[in-house]
Design a protein. Sequence first.
Length: 203
Amino acid sequence: MQPEQTFFLSEQRNLAKFTEQATDAVARAAGRLWSGMETGATPETGRRASHGKGESVPANARAESYLPSFSLTFPLAGHACTRTSGYGWRTDPMGGQGTDFHLGNDLAAAQGTEILAAADGVVRYAGVHSSYGNYLRILHADGDETLYAHMQYLFVRTGQAVTAGQVLGTVGETGNATGPHLHFEILHKGLRYDPSEALQSAA
């Protein structure tokens, strides 16, 4: 590793440590008031229903699974995780009333577990959000993307090229989270799809 790379990694870790507490504070303050540019609710939840199940999926999502044309690497080192929330309508886990549409899969794992790039690509965004906490999006071939949220630390930056299996950061519980886990999404041409089948194929 070159000296400048070592400096960057140390700098990123220090920044993540500083922003982790700030992120949680922002999330608590923002609560349900954040309108969300992408979903109309929070980034990882779609249109909210007052009771029962919604009649349709949000405009930025599709109900079916999607398998990318390239093979996927499982996004957690050692596959040491438990799926605690799937894709689709669910009871609001943050204590709100009614249901919301969950746009990914939640994989509970020990804090500090390494998060891996699911495929080769370029980091489209790496930063902090009030709901996602520390998160990043990777752009892959054919307009496909993967998203990783609630991370403890980020080891990559926006615009950086990554390879399948590369360590992106570690599992945390930043943002709106009830415990340490990875929130994982698959997007195709900007639309969210159920990542369950893709995760099973990578397991």
